[in-house]
Design a protein around this ligand. Structure first.
Ligand SMILES: NC(=O)c1ccc[n+]([C@@H]2O[C@H](COP(=O)([O-])OP(=O)(O)OC[C@H]3O[C@@H](n4cnc5c(N)ncnc54)[C@H](OP(=O)(O)O)[C@@H]3O)[C@@H](O)[C@H]2O)c1
Length: 345
């Protein structure tokens, strides 16, 4: 039998054939990916991985959330309140509910108990009062002995063009939406590490982190939160602490009415102040939280939850930033100019 020899010419031919194949398949794959993203964006209300997990992943009831201690900030209304109700249905779970309004927290706690969660701690806390965080953590540990999960959900929206806003308003948004979260997260993560707890920390972020006009500091705070989360996710790889970012599109809650406006001590109040809640195909809090609970149960590092066309905007801004800004920048500004007028009435 003759000896088989790989000649230089054969190698050359093989590498040329491989390059040709790649050249041919790369555009086809790219087109398939774009079609897949567009179809996904039009027909789905979450990213593809979350959608797959919704069908085939671990259900919240069967997940690590069972028998865990979950601390939810911003639990007195909207998404935090809805999450408290969703998690109440998981067996053995203990809930810590925080925000500033104690009475509202008591109301939510009563509802959680009615849904089957017997262990609920109401813990009033202003997320921007950083020096109170240590004391609050101590109270949780005294009550439940540990913290397994922290949901950084407390937040405030801000409405107004930067040049029309007083600086203290812009500063306050960053203090509540960013600095407060990192102060509390740092303490809780340290506690998790010191007690060898396999902890889980979620940051409730927003698609505004792509940079939305009329809410510049809110956008900036959420973008900073994303970056902080990505960084600590790596830092804490060896501590057994998992970190998650959930980016939400518009959801129907009271966030518009609770918005900080242009001047200090001025909060949103008119229905037109939450223009984005009515014009941009918002989701219900119930559906958003169902998806978020699935993302948590499966420890998905990042989840995008938004209604259909909003998704298309998210993909376009994320992956084609220059073209998208060039095409949509001015029309987008007109929408917010209308909102500006409406909130001044
Ligand atoms: N709704 C949306 O369209 C949407 C979209 C993307 C992301 N998000 C995010 O989802 C989270 C929840 O918002 P939501 O829509 O549920 O709005 P919401 O109904 O206004 O709830 C905000 C929660 O944050 C708490 N909070 C505000 N300032 C606080 C402070 N200084 N210290 C402690 N707690 C504070 C509020 O409670 P107290 O007033 O009792 O303090 C309330 O429980 C926010 O982080 C928001 O940015 C919402």
């Amino acid at each position: 039998m003759g000896k088989f020899v790989i000649s230089y010419r054969m190698l050359n031919f093989a590498s040329l054939a491989l390059a040709g194949l790649l050249l041919f398949t790369a555009p086809v794959l790219a087109i398939l990916l774009i079609v897949f993203m567009i179809v996904g964006a039009v027909f789905m209300d979450s990213d593809v991985s979350l959608r797959i997990l919704e069908k085939f992943g671990t259900k919240p009831e069967d997940s690590f959330l069972k028998n865990s201690v979950v601390w939810i900030t911003g639990a007195s209304s909207g998404l935090g309140e809805e999450l408290a109700y969703r998690l109440s249905k998981i067996s053995g779970i203990s809930l810590v509910l925080s925000s500033r309004k104690e009475k509202e927290l008591e109301r939510v706690a009563e509802n959680c108990k009615a849904l089957g969660c017997s262990k609920v701690l109401v813990l009033p806390m202003d997320i921007a009062e950083y020096n109170m965080h240590e004391k609050c953590l101590q109270k949780v540990v005294e009550e439940f002995g540990k913290v397994d999960v922290l949901v950084n959900n407390a937040g405030v929206y801000q409405q107004g063009f930067v040049l029309d806003c007083d600086f203290p308003v812009l500063k306050r948004t960053i203090e509540v939406d960013f600095l407060g979260q990192i102060s509390l997260t740092r303490l809780v993560a340290k506690h998790m590490k010191d007690t060898n707890t396999k902890g889980f920390i979620t940051f409730v972020s927003s698609i505004a982190s792509l940079g939305v006009p009329f809410t510049a500091t809110y956008s900036a705070a959420k973008a900073a939160l994303n970056c902080f989360a990505y960084a600590v996710a790596n830092e804490w790889l060896e501590c057994g602490i998992d970190v998650q970012v959930v980016r939400l599109g518009p959801v129907i809650t009271q966030i518009g009415e609770n918005s900080l406006m242009r001047a200090e001590n001025q909060v949103g109040g008119s229905s037109s102040a939450h223009h984005f809640n009515t014009e941009y195909n918002p989701m219900t809090a119930k559906r958003s939280i169902e998806l978020m609970a699935i993302a948590m149960a499966n420890k998905l590092p990042e989840a995008w939850i938004a209604n259909k066309l909003c998704f298309l905007c998210m993909y376009a801004y994320e992956y084609l930033p220059t073209t998208t800004r060039w095409i949509f920048g001015k029309p987008f500004l007109q929408v917010y100019k209308k909102a500006d007028e409406a909130t001044k009435k």
